[in-house]
Design a protein around this ligand. Structure first.
Ligand code: ARG
Length: 483
C-alpha cells in the first residue's frame, strides 16, 4: 500500500529499508508538543483569515488536544509507516475527526512545520539551560562567598605558582558560565522568528497572517525569506556551538574536581551521592560524575560537527539530509542539561579541606613573587634584578630544606644587604593573597565584593558584600608589605 499522506502517484509502498532509513518517528516524537501547538496556531489563523470554517477549526483544535492527551498518557501508537511526528499526529487527527483534518495542512508544508517545531523545541531547551546555568552559578557564588578567605595554591602549568583564594577560583567559573549564559541568550534571540507559513519553499498563495501565528507561538516576528526559513538550521548549530563552549568549561571544572579529590591532592571530598566505589578495590571513591561531565563535551562537539557537515554544501531549500539534525541535537541538549545538574549537585555538597589547601599553598616557594615585589617596592630594585635576587633566595631555602618564611634575616642579608626585617611581612600566603587587591585580583575582600555582585545579578536583589571574618596576616597598610 502506498503512503496515504503523499502516495497519490505511487503504486507500491516503500521497501522495508526505505522505510527504515526514511522514518524519523523514533526520535522526532519528542516534538509532539511543539507540533501540536504549531498546528493549533495554524488552524486558528486559517479560520481567522477565512481559509477554514470555524466549525472545522473547532473540530481540529479539539481533536489536536485529544491527540496531545493521548500522547501524554502514553496511549498513542506511533507508526513508522507514517514516517514522522507530523504525519503521525495528522493521521490520528483524521481518525478522530474525519475529513476536516485534511484541511489543516492548507497553506503549509512539512518543511515549514518541522522548522517551526524544531525552533520551538530548541527555544524551550535553551530556556531550561539558561535557568540551570543560573542555578549552578548561584551554587558556585554561595561557595565562593564561604571560601573567600580559604587559601589554595594557584597553578600555572599545573605547577604551584602563587597562592589564591578558593573563592576566587570558584568565581572564575561563574564568569565563564556568565558568558555561556550570554551566548545562549544571543542564540535564543536570533532563533526566535517563525518559519510557519513559508510553506514548502516559496510561500503560499493563501491570504495567511504570519504575524498572527508568530505571535501565538511566542516568536518575535515571522522569518522574512521563505527559502531561508525552511532550510536554515543555524539556530541549532549556534546553540550547540554555545553549548560546546559551555561543555568545555564544565569539563575543565570537572577535571579540577577529579584532581582535587585524589588522595595526593586531597583538597576536596565529593559526597557519597556523587561518588562510586570499586568492585575490587574497597578503598576507592571514584569521581564518576565529574569524569562523565568531563567527557560529555565530546557528544556536544560531535553534534555540532555533525550538523555543520550535514548542512555544508546543501543547495537551497529543504533536503531530507536535514532530518539528520534532530537525533544528535537532542542527545547533545540532554547531555548539557545533565552536566549542569550534576555539576550543581557536586558543588552543593562538596567538602572542602581548608587545612590541606592552606598547607599546599605554602609549599613550592609560592610567595617568591611577593619577595621580588618587596625588593622592587621597598628597596627600589628593578624587577628583573629583584627576580634574580629572589632566585638566589629560593635556592638557599631549597638547599636548607625550608620554606621562605623559615629563612632568617641573616640569610636574606647574605644574599642582598638591602633586605631588612620587614621582608618577613610578605612571606606568608595570607599576606600574599591579601595584597592582591587590584581589580579582579584574588584578595578576600575582592572575592566578597564579586560574590555580592553576582548574587545581586542572579537573584535580582541588592546584596551587600560580607566583611572578611578572619583578618588575614598582619595589618593592612604601611607595614612594609607590598600593598
Ligand atoms: N521528518 C522530516 C524532517 O525532519 C520532516 C520534513 C519532511 N519534508 C519533506 N518534504 N519530506 O526533516
Amino acid at each position: 500500500m502506498s503512503n496515504r499522506m503523499w502516495g497519490g502517484r505511487f503504486s507500491s509502498g516503500p521497501d522495508a529499508v526505505m522505510e527504515e532509513i526514511n522514518a524519523s518517528i523514533g526520535f522526532d516524537q519528542r516534538l509532539y508538543r511543539q507540533d501540536i501547538a504549531g498546528s493549533i496556531a495554524h488552524a486558528t489563523m486559517l479560520a481567522e483569515a477565512g481559509i477554514l470554517t470555524h466549525e472545522d477549526r473547532d473540530a481540529i483544535v479539539t481533536g489536536l488536544n485529544a491527540v496531545l492527551a493521548e500522547i501524554e498518557s502514553q496511549k498513542f501508537n506511533f507508526s513508522r509507516a507514517l514516517e514522522d511526528i507530523h504525519m503521525n499526529v495528522e493521521s490520528r487527527l483524521r481518525e478522530m475527526i474525519g475529513d476536516a483534518a485534511g484541511r489543516l495542512h492548507t497553506a503549509r508544508s512539512r518543511n515549514d512545520q518541522v522548522a517551526t517545531d524544531f525552533r520551538l523545541y530548541v527555544r524551550d531547551a535553551i530556556d531550561t539551560l539558561l535557568a540551570q546555568v543560573k542555578v549552578l552559578q548561584l551554587a558556585l557564588v554561595e561557595r565562593a562567598d564561604a571560601e573567600a578567605e580559604t587559601i589554595m595554591p594557584g597553578f600555572t602549568h599545573l605547577q604551584s605558582a602563587q597562592p589564591v583564594t578558593f573563592g576566587h577560583h570558584l568565581l572564575a567559573y561563574v564568569e565563564m558560565l556568565g558568558r555561556d549564559h550570554g551566548r545562549l541568550t544571543d542564540a535564543r534571540r536570533r532563533l526566535n522568528e517563525s518559519p510557519l507559513g513559508s510553506a514548502a519553499l516559496a510561500g503560499t498563495p493563501y491570504p495567511i497572517d504570519r504575524d498572527m501565528t508568530a505571535k501565538a507561538l511566542g516568536f518575535d516576528r515571522p522569518t522574512a525569506n521563505s527559502l531561508d526559513a525552511v532550510s536554515d538550521r543555524d539556530f541549532i548549530i549556534e546553540t550547540l556551538s554555545a553549548g560546546a563552549i559551555m561543555a568545555m568549561h564544565l569539563s575543565r571544572f570537572a577535571e579540577e574536581l577529579v584532581i582535587w579529590s585524589t588522595g595526593q591532592f586531597n583538597f576536596v571530598r565529593l559526597s557519597d551521592k556523587f561518588s562510586t566505589g570499586s568492585s575490587i578495590m574497597p578503598q576507592k571513591r571514584n569521581p564518576d560524575a565529574a569524569e562523565l561531565v568531563r567527557a560529555k563535551v565530546g557528544r556536544v562537539l560531535g553534534a555540532l560537527t555533525s550538523l555543520i557537515v550535514v548542512m555544508k554544501g546543501l543547495p537551497l531549500a529543504y533536503s531530507k539530509d536535514m532530518q539528520e539534525d534532530k537525533e544528535v541535537a537532542f542527545d547533545a541538549l540532554d547531555a548539557l542539561s545533565l552536566s549542569l545538574a550534576a555539576m550543581t549537585g557536586m558543588v552543593g555538597d562538596l567538602q572542602v579541606n581548608r587545612e590541606r589547601m592552606r598547607e599546599a599553598a605554602s609549599m613550592g616557594f609560592s610567595t617568591a613573587t611577593d619577595v621580588a615585589d618587596w625588593l622592587v617596592r621597598q628597596a627600589n630594585i628593578p624587577f628583573r634584578d629583584a627576580h634574580e635576587i629572589t632566585g638566589h633566595i629560593v635556592k638557599l631555602a631549597e638547599e636548607k630544606g625550608i620554606a621562605l618564611d623559615g629563612l632568617t634575616i641573616e640569610d636574606f642579608k647574605l644574599i642582598d644587604h638591602r633586605i631588612d626585617s620587614r621582608i618577613h611581612k610578605v612571606l606568608s600566603v595570607e599576606a600574599s593573597v591579601r595584597a592582591r587587591r587590584s581589580y579582579g585580583g584574588t584578595a578576600p575582600e575582592n572575592v566578597l565584593a564579586q560574590a555580592a555582585r553576582w548574587k545581586s545579578l542572579l537573584t535580582g536583589t541588592t546584596v551587600e558584600a560580607r566583611k572578611p571574618v578572619v583578618k588575614l596576616g598582619g595589618h593592612g597598610h604601611g607595614d612594609g608589605g607590598v600593598e
